[in-house]
Design a protein around this ligand. Structure first.
Ligand SMILES: *[C@@H]1O[C@H](CO)[C@@H](O)[C@H](O)[C@H]1NC(C)=O
Ligand SMILES: *[C@@H]1O[C@H](CO)[C@@H](O)[C@H](O)[C@H]1NC(C)=O
Ligand SMILES: *[C@@H]1O[C@H](CO)[C@@H](O)[C@H](O)[C@H]1NC(C)=O
Ligand SMILES: *[C@@H]1O[C@H](CO)[C@@H](O)[C@H](O)[C@H]1NC(C)=O
Length: 502
């Protein structure tokens, strides 16, 4: 993955005017130069700037937006109030950024560098902002560090999505996997097929994402250094599509007669592929990322088995009784469609497990727990496909105690395989499925627990100490409270600035 790994070449080196504060996720290299010392940051005079000779200069929108966000975060709410200004003379009062290798990936790295800088800023008893002299060299271990939100089982308001993107950036996540539709509801407002959300959303007026909403999410994410990968899961998980797309879903039979219920998308009709082509044509232009997540998980064959026309088709195609072949028939055509639209595909692991002939650049997303996930990672990469890991990171599952620790202790490359196979692991995603999650509990359930996944995907594999992680994650969570994020506690303790600013 050239894109992510180019960050290695990014010199996000912050040379700043005592012992280093705790940064989450832990940087690759963090040192306190001999002699120590600190640098004062008087808010009135502090500025971000471009160092002479930097390859990235003023006019870069991503960077200018990041300067504004971090200026507000550095000196705003949540930090203990004291005399503004923190007046001692001699404050350096500036952070100069210096970039080499002008590539778009370089620019993506700067917001991450600013985040690190912001976590190092402290405030002393006199209310003076300062930063201890610290040297940091940083780059991510894996290029794909994702978080999945499910907006079908419960609708998440736009504001909740935007706030989640902000906190993702604080954790250096760089992919928002938007599981936008599923069986329960279809909140995506399609311009090609407006009936889909009219008939399929929980409420077609209030519980939908308009084209403007989607643009807002994509742009907000971009400014945070986050890609948006949307998932339109088919052929299963599509019940909400049915009412707005007559003829798309398979009619299930009870004996000789249609039972009035519907199953997965009907894979034997030409009209299905016309529909899918038009929908994905639209989706491809609305979501600029190269990748689309095509789902492909948990296809229930019961309905297909009950339908006599499907039977006849199976016979004609020589599929016997193997319904996985029918699923493969559908997925292969879908892959061709998506590829002809100039997009890459990410698919849940069943598609690989069921032997679908994939394109070499397809990415397999490992999520099932029926088989040890490390065996699956080994199989997927042995077959030459890139892999994403999510099985141990279903954060919608909660248990009493410090369950972030299990997520933290995962080692994505701990499977039998060659170095070449390990290189095919491009990262993973924390998942927040929506059965029991809506806007009331999304934030505390995500944070700081998802931070455990963020550090595993960002920091060196050798960064594994639970004690060390606990101290930094607890401190980071206090910083999140200071930024107005309702992050739940790890365990017993307190923050200097509790939520709500008392
Ligand atoms: C700076 O270093 C001092 C002395 O080691 C330490 O007490 C303080 O917590 C550090 N402050 C920050 C913000 O890192
Ligand atoms: C805070 O201010 C007092 C009085 O000006 C000064 O003596 C003390 O050194 C200051 N403390 C710090 C940590 O700068
Ligand atoms: C579906 O399309 C195929 C190939 O384009 C064609 O051979 C077939 O007759 C079509 N079937 C129907 C029912 O139109
Ligand atoms: C990263 O971890 C590996 C072992 O997992 C170790 O060999 C290497 O020195 C570490 N790099 C840094 C910068 O700590």
């Amino acid at each position: 993955m050239a894109a992510g790994w180019a960050l290695r070449r990014l010199l996000a080196v912050l040379l700043l005017l005592q012992p280093a504060a705790a940064v989450w996720p832990r940087p690759q290299v963090q040192r306190s130069p001999p002699g120590g010392g600190r640098c004062l940051l008087p808010p009135a005079r502090f500025r971000f700037g471009h160092a002479a000779g930097s390859a990235v200069g003023p006019g870069c929108t991503v960077l200018e937006a990041a300067f504004q966000r971090y200026r507000a975060l550095l000196f705003a709410a949540g930090r203990p109030t004291g005399e503004a200004g923190g007046g001692a003379a001699g404050g350096a009062g500036a952070l100069f950024l210096w970039g080499t290798h002008v590539e778009k990936e370089t620019v993506c790295g700067f917001p991450a560098g600013l985040e690190t800088f912001s976590q190092l800023v402290g405030r002393d008893q006199n209310g003076t902002y300062y930063i201890n002299k610290t040297e940091i060299v940083d780059f991510p271990r894996f290029p794909h560090r994702g978080l999945l939100l499910d907006t079908s089982r419960h609708y998440l308001p736009l504001r909740a999505i935007l706030e989640t993107l902000d906190v993702m950036a604080y954790n250096k996540f760089n992919v928002f996997h938007w599981h936008i539709v599923d069986d329960p509801s279809f909140p995506y407002e399609s311009s090609t097929f407006p009936e889909l959300s009219k008939q399929g959303a929980f409420n077609a007026m209030s519980h939908v994402y308009t084209a403007g909403d989607v643009r807002t999410v994509v742009e907000h994410a971009r400014l945070c250094g986050i890609r948006v990968i949307v998932e339109f899961d088919t052929p299963g998980h599509t019940l909400s599509w049915g009412p707005g797309a007559p003829g798309l879903l398979t009619p299930c039979y009870s004996g000789k007669h249609p039972s009035g219920t519907y199953g997965p998308i009907n894979p034997i009709l030409n009209s299905t592929y016309q529909f899918v082509t038009s929908l994905f044509q639209e989706v491809s232009s609305v979501f600029p990322d190269f990748f689309l997540h095509l789902g492909g998980d948990e296809v229930d064959f019961t309905c297909w088995k009950s339908n006599p026309e499907i039977h006849a088709f199976m016979k004609q195609m020589g599929f016997g009784e193997d319904y996985r072949k029918l699923e493969s028939f559908y997925i292969q055509r879908l892959l061709d469609i998506v590829s002809s639209l100039g997009k890459g595909s990410i698919l849940w692991q069943e598609v690989f497990d069921n032997g679908v002939k994939l394109r070499p650049d397809s990415i397999i997303h490992v999520w099932k727990s029926s088989k040890p996930y490390m065996d699956e990672m080994a199989d997927v990469t042995k077959a030459g496909y890139q892999a994403l890991l999510s099985t141990p990171w279903y954060l919608n599952r909660i248990s009493y105690g410090q369950d972030w620790m299990a997520a933290y202790q995962v080692e994505p490359l701990k499977f039998e395989g060659s170095a070449k196979q390990k290189d095919l692991v491009i990262g993973g995603e924390a998942c927040m499925w929506g059965e029991y999650v809506d806007v009331t509990n999304l934030t505390p359930r995500l944070w700081p627990r998802a931070g455990a996944v963020a550090e595993r995907l960002w920091s060196n594999a050798s960064v594994r100490s639970l004690q060390d992680a606990y101290v930094r994650l607890a401190a980071f969570r206090c910083q999140l409270l200071g930024r107005g994020v309702q992050a739940q506690p790890l365990y017993v303790g307190y923050c200097e600035n509790e939520f709500g600013g008392f």
